[in-house]
Design a protein around this ligand. Structure first.
Ligand code: HEM
Length: 129
């Protein structure tokens, strides 16, 4: 059960990244694809499943945000990723601001993956210290 949940979590993470990447490209090109119905709905479904599987994994592992530093880092990272994503795809005033927020969100996402792989709040920054 644990492995299946982790697999679902990983698949959702991959799909979330891929969709966010493509939507960012469409945003930069001002493509009408961005306002298609499935493009507006599917990411929410995947992100909900990503979060639900995250909660299930923490319960199965008995490790929780605010108790275990690496999970606190993942949760904070997720909130920053969501915030930057909103600026990139909805609230950014200029194309430049949206592009910077998009690149920032992609970088934060990769940081979250590195925290997941290392169980270390520093993630890939650890290698630089
Ligand atoms: C954008 C958000 C997230 C991404 C990209 C992500 C990514 C990943 C990845 C790639 C793994 C697999 C690591 C491995 O195979 O060793 C993983 C595992 C895990 N994630 Fe996430 N995650 C995210 C959000 C969260 C959140 C918010 C939580 C909970 C606070 C969480 C809790 C966990 C747990 C408990 C595991 C299992 C670790 C293990 O079995 O060693 N994840 N995550």
């Amino acid at each position: 059960m644990y492995h299946l949940t982790r697999y679902i979590h990983e698949l959702c993470a991959l799909a979330s990244f891929a969709l966010f990447f493509v939507r960012g490209v469409w945003m930069l090109r001002e493509s009408p694809q961005l306002s298609r119905r499935w493009v507006r709905i599917l990411p929410h479904g995947i992100d909900t499943l990503l979060l639900a599987s995250a909660v299930a994994l923490t319960l199965m592992l008995h490790q929780y945000p605010l108790t275990d530093a690496w999970l606190t880092a993942k949760l904070v990272g997720l909130l920053v990723y969501i915030g930057l994503g909103l600026v990139a795809l909805r609230y950014g005033k200029t194309r430049g601001a949206r592009a910077v927020a998009w690149i920032g969100a992609l970088a934060v996402f990769l940081y979250i993956v590195s925290v997941a792989l290392t169980h270390d709040p520093l993630g890939f920054f650890r290698a630089m210290t």
